[in-house]
Design a protein around this ligand. Structure first.
Ligand code: FES
Ligand SMILES: [Fe+2]
Length: 422
C-alpha cells in the first residue's frame, strides 16, 4: 500500500505540485505527427500536466507549441487561422510565428511594440512520428532523449494515441505488472485456457502471446540509469530453461513491452490528474500497419475508440461493452489488449487511492515503480537530477527469451547497464 500523502505526491501533476515539478523536468509527447497532418492544417488543443496549450504546423512544416490563450486578451488560439508562416488570433488578429515572435498586432500598428513582445512558446522537437515539447523551467531544459523506435523505417512503425480518462499511474502500473498478462489477457496469452491446454499464440505482433503457462512468475529487479528493469521468470517444460520477459521502466512513465517480433514503447503522458494520453509506438524489423495494431488492441470498434479524437470511449454507461454471454469462451468478455488494460484502469476510478490495497510478491515491480518515482520527485524538489533525464534511451529495449540455467538475465540486454547521457 501507499499512504494517502505519497499517493497524492505521485498522482497529482498540476503546476506547483511535487509530482508536477518532476514531470516538468522532462520532454513530453504532445500529439502525434499525424494529428498535424500538413502545413497550415487546423491547430490542435492539447492538455498537458493540468494546463492547456495549442499546437500548430506552420507553412514551412515547423510545429509551434504555445499556451492556449492569446497573450493579448485570452481568446483561444485553437480557433485561430494558421496561414503564411504563423498562427493568427481571430479576436484582434495578432499573429505569431512558431517560435513565439509577434509578427503583427493590427489594433496597435507600432512595429516597435510587436518587436518587444514574445508569445509564450515552448521548445518543440518532432521525431519518430511524435511531436514533443518541453514546458519546464527554461534554464533546466535537458537534452532530448531519443528512443529506439525513432531509428525504425517508417513502414516498420505505427504510432497510436489513446486518451484514457484516469490517472496516468494506474496505466503505468498495469504496464509494469507481468503477472496480469497471463490472466487478464488470457485469450491471447493462453488460447487453450478453456480446455486447460496451453497452445502458444502464433501472432508475432501480440505482446500478450506468452511462451509459458506459468501464472506465478518469479520477479527480479535491478535499478538502472533510466529507472529500473525487471525480469519475469516463468517455468517451461524443460526444468533447465525458463522463459524470461525483461521490461524496462523509464522515469517518469515509459515502458517497453516485448512482442515476439516487435517492441511496444508505451508512454503514459498525464493530461491532468484524471486524464492520460497513452502513446503506443510499435516498431520492428518488418512492415506493420495501423489497421493490424488497432485490431490487435481491440480498438477496431468505434464504440471503443474514436480515431478522429484518439479517445477511448467505453465507460460504465454500457459496462465497457462487456459481453457476459461471450465470457463462456472469452475470459474478459471484452476485446483486445488495450481495451482490457484501459477498462481495468478505468474500473479503478479516476484516481485510485492506494492506501486500501493488499500487495503480494507478484506486485514487486509495481512497488518499485512507486519507489523510483518517489525518489525522483524528491530529487526534482531539491533541484537534483532525476533518473532518465537527458539520457539517450535508444539502446533501451525489452525481450522475451528462453534463459538457460546458469545464465544471468541481465546479459539478455547488456546495453541497459551502459545507458549514457545524450
Ligand atoms: S485576444 Fe488575441 S488578438 Fe486579441
Ligand atoms: Fe495488459
Amino acid at each position: 500500500m501507499l499512504s494517502h500523502e505519497d499517493n497524492d505526491l505521485l498522482c497529482r501533476v498540476g503546476p506547483g505540485t511535487p509530482g508536477g515539478t518532476l514531470m516538468r523536468r522532462f520532454w513530453h509527447p504532445v500529439c502525434t505527427s499525424a494529428q498535424l497532418p500538413h502545413p497550415d492544417c487546423p491547430p490542435l488543443r492539447v492538455r498537458l500536466l493540468g494546463e492547456d496549450y495549442v499546437a500548430f504546423r506552420d507553412t514551412q512544416g515547423q510545429v509551434g507549441f504555445f499556451e492556449e490563450l492569446c497573450m493579448h486578451r485570452g481568446a483561444s488560439l485553437a480557433l485561430g487561422r494558421v496561414e503564411e508562416g504563423g498562427i493568427r488570433c481571430l479576436y484582434h488578429g495578432w499573429k505569431f510565428n512558431a517560435f513565439g515572435d509577434v509578427l503583427e498586432t493590427p489594433n496597435h500598428a507600432d512595429p516597435k511594440y510587436a518587436a518587444r513582445m514574445k508569445a509564450p512558446a515552448f521548445s518543440v522537437h518532432e521525431e519518430g512520428g511524435v511531436v514533443w515539447a518541453y514546458v519546464g523551467p527554461k534554464e533546466m531544459q535537458p537534452a532530448f532523449s531519443r528512443y529506439a523506435f525513432m531509428d525504425a523505417e517508417p513502414d516498420h512503425r505505427v504510432v497510436l494515441r489513446v486518451n484514457v480518462a484516469c490517472n496516468y499511474l494506474q496505466l503505468v502500473e498495469g504496464g509494469e505488472d507481468s503477472s496480469h498478462v497471463g490472466v487478464l489477457h488470457t485469450n491471447m496469452a493462453r488460447p487453450g485456457w478453456k480446455d486447460d491446454e496451453f497452445t502458444r499464440n502464433p501472432d508475432v505482433v501480440n505482446p500478450a502471446a506468452l511462451a509459458s503457462n506459468d501464472l506465478e512468475p518469479a520477479l527480479k529487479i535491478e535499478e538502472t540509469a533510466f529507472g529500473f528493469h525487471y525480469v519475469a521468470l516463468r517455468k517451461t517444460d524443460d526444468p533447465k530453461i525458463r522463459n524470461a520477459r525483461v521490461v524496462p521502466f523509464i522515469v517518469p512513465y515509459g515502458r517497453i513491452i516485448p512482442a515476439p517480433a516487435f517492441q511496444f514503447t508505451v508512454l503514459e503522458v498525464p493530461e491532468d490528474d484524471t486524464h492520460t494520453s497513452t502513446y503506443l509506438i510499435v516498431h520492428g524489423d518488418s512492415p506493420v500497419t495501423e489497421e493490424k495494431i488497432i485490431e490487435l488492441l481491440g480498438l477496431d470498434d468505434p464504440r471503443y475508440y474514436d480515431r478522429k479524437h484518439s479517445a477511448f470511449r467505453a465507460t460504465w454507461a454500457d459496462t465497457f461493452g462487456q459481453d457476459r454471454v461471450l465470457m463462456k469462451e472469452n475470459w474478459t468478455g471484452l476485446r483486445g489488449v488495450e481495451v482490457e488494460d484501459a477498462t481495468i484502469a478505468l474500473s479503478q476510478g479516476p484516481l485510485y487511492e492506494r492506501s486500501r490495497e493488499h500487495l503480494v510478491p507478484a506486485d514487486q515491480a509495481v512497488v518499485r515503480v512507486r519507489r523510483v518515482l518517489l525518489e525522483s520527485v524528491k530529487r526534482a524538489m531539491q533541484n537534483q537530477q532525476p533518473a532518465a533525464l537527458g539520457l539517450d534511451l535508444s539502446s533501451v529495449s525489452a525481450c522475451d527469451a528462453q534463459l538457460q540455467e546458469g545464465t544471468a538475465w541481465q546479459d539478455l540486454l547488456p546495453s541497459h547497464r551502459q545507458t549514457e547521457t545524450a
